[in-house]
Write a new protein. Structure first.
Length: 508
């Protein structure tokens, strides 16, 4: 049997990677693993973004790990606090020494003969390239491209004489005090930036949107934790708060999906009292879509609406015609002047950090593959998993399910002396669906076609339902008849064998 540098390699030291490392350490203690991180610090998204006020829009009681309850009363914390929480996690787990920083994975190739992956990596500081091998890869890179954000093809953008930036690459030395700022966009980033820039001394901030988003005002401090902490240990209080928040989220989501028209009215009426009298809510805060079709914007303690009510922030709902030397000219002919323009127009999607995948010398195109086990694995790619969180619930809940399942899979392989596991494309009876079908956000529409497809039934369906996933991951069999296992001396089907089968849909 071929010796590997590592039994398992985790790619990415963000929330998912640290979650996977925790469960590997706990449930697979004999496994030799490493976490490869392309940056020089942990945190992933929370280390990459530096724009003012960057924070979670999921409450920390549910966004935090189930195995490490969040013990602060602040529900919506900023990036430094999240990184501090993650640092505590890896120090308590003993997985801190497993992280290899500044190591970017460029490609990975599977050898069916040796039953292992060979990864080509590059040190981001020195440029030095090296190889390392592993039996199993777990990609924890999420689905955002960390190398570039999305900027629309603005007309005459180079004519603008002020500062033009994307939040993903916010200059740490940017002086925005006493400046007039335009933020283009209506998502979570834009909504976070508005009150933060005003609190930081900006003269005036205009949020320019093509269409409105849904908002929900939630308290920054969780009173449930405060009350329960008086009669029970704080960790128990947070566990109960986590359970309560999950259930409230499930009920709200189910209600919104079942009664979308009523839910729309509920959300819109929920912000009326936070806005100035006679504010044009129909124009600026009434979306054309129904709730849960895109991510909800959270305003802790109504901070976004307080900024509008103060007169230092304003909403503009219109379309951009072109950029000018002084700012932006709208389709209506109006010119908006600014010192700084922030294009908070979304992100680009990429699978597994853009790693080039090969199986026995054949390049894998993810969009030609089939998602398996709620998206954790994909067809025709052995011993490779990718962890994705939820889009309508806190990311880490699904990351926890997936990580524990992968530990079950690895232990099952060991117990039965298997060295490889692979699922082939199913025989088909229906048309494939996109990797994400529950949301229609712009960044998803632009990039989802490059991801594996899914079917309408398990194990080919990608669920956004926690109860379905709990059943699938925790109660389902590892050897479910779809996943095939191979011992070291057993021959695996060649890539040509599995890709030349004529298939056009999925099994119901």
């Amino acid at each position: 049997m071929v010796n590997h540098d590592f039994d398992v390699i985790i790619i990415g030291a963000g929330l998912s990677g640290i979650c996977a490392a925790h469960h590997l350490s706990e449930k697979c203690p004999d496994k030799n693993f490493a976490i490869l991180e392309g940056r020089n610090d942990i945190g992933g998204t929370w280390d990459l973004f530096k724009y003012p006020g960057i924070r979670t829009d999921s409450d920390m009681a549910t966004y935090g790990y189930v195995f490490k309850p969040w013990v602060g009363t602040n529900q919506f914390v900023d990036a430094p606090m999240i990184k501090k929480y993650l640092t505590e996690t890896i120090e308590e787990d003993g997985t801190k020494e497993k992280i290899i920083f500044n190591t970017w994975v460029e490609q990975a190739e599977w050898s069916s003969k040796n039953k292992c992956w060979t990864l080509i990596t590059q040190n981001k500081k020195t440029g030095y390239k090296s190889k390392m091998t592993a039996n199993f890869i777990i990609s924890c890179c999420g689905y955002y491209d960390h190398q570039q954000g999305y900027i629309p093809d603005y007309k005459n953008v180079k004519d603008f004489k002020g500062t033009f930036i994307h939040p993903q690459f916010w200059p740490e030395d940017l002086d925005y005090k006493d400046k007039n700022i335009i933020i283009i966009g209506s998502g979570a980033t834009a909504v976070t930036l508005v009150p933060s820039l005003i609190n930081g001394g900006a003269r005036h901030v205009k949020l320019l949107q093509r269409s409105p988003s849904y908002f929900v005002i939630l308290p920054r401090e969780d009173n449930t934790v405060n009350r329960l902490s008086k009669v029970m240990p704080v960790e128990m209080a947070h566990q109960l708060t986590r359970w309560k928040n999950i259930k409230v989220g499930e009920i709200a989501t189910t209600f919104a999906l079942k009664y979308p028209r009523i839910a729309k009215l509920v959300f819109i009426n929920g912000i009326k009292s936070a806005l100035p009298k006679d504010y044009d809510i129909d124009k600026h805060f009434t979306p054309k879509y129904y709730p849960m079709e895109q991510r909800m914007c959270v305003a802790p303690d109504g901070d976004f609406f307080k900024a509008i009510s103060s007169g230092k922030a304003s909403m503009v709902t219109d379309h951009i015609d072109c950029f000018t030397e002084e700012g932006i000219q709208l389709k209506t002919g109006k010119v908006m002047k600014a010192d700084i323009i922030v294009s908070a127009t979304g992100l680009k999607m990429v699978l597994a950090g853009g790693i080039k995948l090969y199986v026995d010398g054949n390049k894998i195109d993810p969009k030609d593959q089939i998602a398996y086990k709620s998206g954790v694995m994909m067809s025709d790619v052995p011993n490779f998993a990718a962890i994705f969180g939820y889009t309508t619930f806190p990311w880490t809940i699904k990351a926890d399910f997936a990580s524990k399942y992968l530990c079950q899979l690895i232990n099952y392989m060991d117990q039965n002396y298997f060295t490889a596991a692979m699922v082939s494309k199913p025989k088909l009876a229906e048309n494939p669906q996109p990797f994400i079908t529950t949301m229609n956000s712009g960044y998803i529409k632009r990039g989802i076609n490059e991801f594996p497809k899914q079917g309408s039934s398990f194990p080919w369906k990608i669920s956004q339902n926690m109860n379905e996933d709990k059943k699938l991951f925790e109660n389902g069999k590892v050897n479910d008849g779809h996943l095939k296992f191979y011992k070291f001396d057993e021959e695996m089907p060649t890539f040509e064998d599995v890709t030349t089968k004529k298939q056009s849909a999925y099994i119901n």
